[in-house]
Unconditional design. Structure first.
Length: 450
């Protein structure tokens, strides 16, 4: 018999001895061959399995568990499949990081809310599993499935065998910690003649938040003569709670006596159970100008440019800019990038009182947009056709706005643009509703429902 738990090749020699009794003559015949012994994986046993293990989010949690094969030759491996599933709605396995066993690491992958990690350890016993919790938190059912693997080269071929599978489940309780939130800025710069509140264009995203986790934003650098529409002033700074961040604006300062230029320093944070995680600090440059016929020019970033009561010249730069015309006959130029031209009720008045001119409107899909959501109540092309007219005026298209449906209150001129280009083909014989629908589909026009 081969040695216990042996697998592989055993070279053997068979000798046959014959003897002639009459003459005492002896002959020996021998033949060599190899005996191949296939591996048989042994069973494994779990010992000292805890009912519960506790730890913290973002920490390394040691799971004390003994997994041993019955192999005596110590040349088997142990295959582990570790699955993690949230035990309730207040828990999450999202972004659970990895496990480490005997110096080897395997990352978790997610399928239908279940995190799974697979690892093969070249050892006949395991006495602990290190779990890198990542952003997972709460009550989690951790299922450990294991079996032995035995392989050997037998008669020139690789032969393997899997042992019986065994499984244990442990309740993992991970105390949630706040994660650094992400502050998104719609604009990098604000240039405005104040005629009302000036939105900061901010949004705060909490990362995989636990129940009770909240966000906050500290805003530094606001001049003492200005206020915000949300939050409260603490010392020289402003504190804005998470639910108010998306709508916070610089409160209408009224008539400025002089231009003001300043930089807002934005410090986001998240808080949970008295613990705080700070997000990346961002900055927002602001320039407020006195009213008059101003020329405002953006740069290579995402600019918010707002005109005032005079006839202004407003120009974006390379970035995706948001340009608001104010009262008066304004000239708007987007520049490079996907720009949004916003028109508000400040623009409307008596018949043909104001005409704003867009010098470089890009009619390609998903590029430049005309935003009329603050003027028109229409939410679809059919209703919009009753509140605006599209008129070919020489080489330009004139958009006549009729918010009340019976008289023109504002004009928008798109220079070097045709109805054909807005429609993307021959627009002769095509209804105004169809052209408006094409503009909506291409995101060239924004109504209140978009």
């Amino acid at each position: 018999m081969p040695p216990l738990d042996f697998s592989g090749d055993i070279p053997l020699t068979l000798k046959a001895i014959t003897e002639e009794l009459a003459t005492n003559d002896t002959r020996i015949t021998e033949s060599s061959f190899t005996l191949g012994v296939n591996p048989i994986a042994d069973e494994i046993d779990f010992f000292n399995v805890p009912d519960k293990v506790t730890g913290d989010e973002d920490a390394v949690i040691t799971i004390p568990i003994d997994i041993v094969t019955q192999e005596t030759n110590s040349d088997e491996s142990i295959a582990l499949v570790v699955t993690a599933k949230a035990a309730n709605d207040s828990s999450s396995t999202e972004d659970m990081a990895s496990i480490r066993v005997d110096g080897k690491t395997a990352r978790f992958f997610q399928v239908d809310g279940v995190a799974t990690a697979v690892i093969l350890v070249s050892a006949s016993s395991i006495n602990s599993i290190e779990l890198f919790a990542g952003d997972a938190f709460g009550d989690i059912d951790l299922t450990i499935t294991a079996d032995a693997r035995d392989t050997a080269t037998v008669l020139g071929s690789n032969v393997g065998d899997f042992g019986p599978i065994k499984q244990e489940t442990i309740r993992l309780e991970i105390t949630p910690e706040p994660d650094a939130p992400i502050l998104d800025l719609t604009y990098d710069n604000i240039l405005a003649e104040p005629t009302g509140d000036i939105p900061l264009g901010l949004s705060l995203d909490l990362v995989n938040p636990a129940d009770g986790e909240t966000g906050k934003l500290i805003i530094e650098g606001l001049p003492s003569d200005l206020e915000l529409t949300k939050g409260q002033k603490v010392g020289n700074d402003w504190e804005v709670e998470g639910d108010d961040i998306s709508s916070v604006a610089i409160k209408d300062p009224g008539t400025l006596s002089a231009d003001e230029t300043f930089t807002l320093i934005l410090k986001p944070s998240a808080e949970l159970n008295g613990n705080t995680a700070d997000g990346s600090v961002e900055t927002l440059d602001v320039e407020l100008l006195t009213e008059g016929s101003q020329t405002l020019t953006g740069n290579f970033q995402k600019d918010y440019i707002s005109g005032g009561s005079g006839g202004d010249t407003l120009s974006g730069g390379i970035g995706a800019d948001t340009i608001l015309s104010g009262k008066g006959n304004d000239e708007l130029t987007g520049g490079l990038g996907h720009d949004t031209f916003v028109f508000t009720s400040d623009d409307t008045g008596t018949v043909f009182e104001f005409t704003d001119t867009v010098t470089d409107f890009n009619v390609s899909a998903n590029t430049d947009s005309i935003d009329l959501s603050a003027i028109l109540s229409a939410t679809n092309a059919t209703d919009a056709a009753n509140q605006l007219n599209l008129v070919q005026d020489g080489a330009d298209v004139r958009i006549e706005l009729l918010p009340s449906g019976n008289q023109v209150e504002h004009n928008i001129k798109l220079e070097n643009t045709t109805l054909d280009s807005l429609y993307g083909g021959d627009a002769s014989g095509v209804s105004e509703t169809d052209i408006i629908q094409k503009m909506l589909d291409d995101q060239n026009l924004i109504l209140s429902s978009n």
